[in-house]
Design a protein around this ligand. Structure first.
Ligand SMILES: O=C(O)CCC(=O)C(=O)O
Ligand SMILES: [Fe+2]
Length: 364
């Protein structure tokens, strides 16, 4: 029989009660910090083997993510993006056409939301996403083994038009503007990613593979014991593509050849990463790569704003594109629907790549 390793020697620790207690404060992790705690609750403790060691240092400081200058010659840009997406699964882009002022406005609006007076912010706290706007801590709080030191505001932007009245006023204007800009950029990136694969972008459009977008406004407050927990545990994104805006507080790490590498955000740049669904339909040509965020040891909060692109046709079947399948490179994945994929994703805690792997053909 397998030995069950428990890191919980405290007989009084009750995970569910601790989760409930945190949830009922409706002020998330930031609320804990504001209450002046210096010892983090047990629910945030990672087992020693999952704690980031050496703390705050990547294992391979010499490696860094490719930086792609979108103002370069198109064929060169397509080639660079193709290479980055097939290896790191992550890259940074500069000269992407979104003004710095718009990026700063988006980041400061998300920061302002999380720093609203508790009584105002609490009104948005919920685990019900039906209005398309929710503020919460740890979407998988009741399922995860250990919680992350992070709070989030989640907004469903499209294709169903955003219900503006549900969006907190402090970030409404910035968000609507960001959405408009990021949709254009996402389309442009997807076009180049398709070109790199030799696939017509119209094919994906017809499949509605890229028509939906969700935004998260994450806030990683100061953590008094950052060596014991994570800002966000390692995972891959269960979407097609992610365009990520971050402030200057570092913490994001990307896995590359068994090493964790630090992402040093380029001023004015954006981070782009391939999601599981693009890896699957590209028949493993593009890679959806594991990443994580360290708990923030700085007094200054870390703010990040990913926009996740995915499909709204949740009952349609998707599979590796026929153009990318041959006798030398047979289809790696079976057909999948977004609804089945997401049900599997939400039934587990956010850790690992297990969902994508469940669709692998058994002979691969
Ligand atoms: O905060 C970050 O930089 C990354 C967030 C992320 O990976 C996610 O929300 O999926
Ligand atoms: Fe992610």
């Amino acid at each position: 029989m397998a030995t069950i390793i428990t890191t919980n020697p405290d007989p009084h620790y009750n995970r569910l009660e601790e989760a409930k207690k945190l949830d009922e404060t409706k002020t998330g992790v930031k609320g804990l910090v504001d209450s002046g705690i210096t010892i983090i609750p047990r629910i945030f403790h990672n087992p020693p083997q999952n704690q980031p060691i050496p703390i705050f240092k990547a294992q391979n400081p010499k490696l860094s993510l490719p930086i792609v200058d979108l103002s370069g010659h198109r064929s060169m840009v397509v080639d660079q993006i193709h290479r980055a997406a097939s290896t790191f699964g992550f890259f940074q882009i500069i000269n992407h056409g979104i003004p710095k002022s718009s990026m700063d406005h988006m980041l400061s609006s998300i920061k302002s939301f999380h720093e609203l007076p508790e009584t105002t912010k609490m009104q948005y706290y919920s685990r019900d996403t039906s209005h398309g706007v929710t503020y919460f801590t740890n979407f998988d709080l009741y399922k995860c083994k250990e919680a992350n030191w992070r709070d989030s505001l989640e907004v469903h932007l499209g294709p169903t038009p955003l219900e503006r009245e549900y969006v907190p006023e402090v970030c409404r204007e910035a968000l609507v503007e960001w959405d408009g800009r990021v949709v254009k950029l996402g389309e442009e990136l997807m076009g180049m990613l398709c070109e790199g694969l030799g696939v017509e972008k119209e094919r994906l459009k017809k499949m509605s593979f890229f028509d939906k977008r969700n935004m998260s406004g994450h806030y990683y407050p100061y953590c008094p014991q950052p060596e014991l927990t994570m800002g966000l545990k390692w995972h891959t994104d269960p979407v097609v593509l992610t365009v990520l805006l971050v402030n200057e507080v570092t913490g994001l790490q990307v896995k590359h050849c068994e090493d964790w590498i630090d992402v040093e955000p380029v001023p004015g740049g954006l981070i782009v990463n391939i999601g599981d669904m693009l890896q699957m339909i590209s028949n493993d040509e593009y890679k959806s790569v594991e990443h994580r965020v360290l708990a923030n040891p700085n007094r200054k909060p870390r703010v990040s704003v990913p926009v996740f692109f995915t499909s709204s046709m949740i009952e349609d079947s998707y599979e590796p594109l026929l153009e990318l399948v041959s006798s030398e490179k047979p289809a790696v994945y079976q057909k999948f629907t977004i609804s089945d994929f997401m049900n599997k994703f939400y039934s587990e805690e956010l850790q690992g790549k297990s969902v994508m792997n469940t669709y692998k053909h058994s002979n691969i």
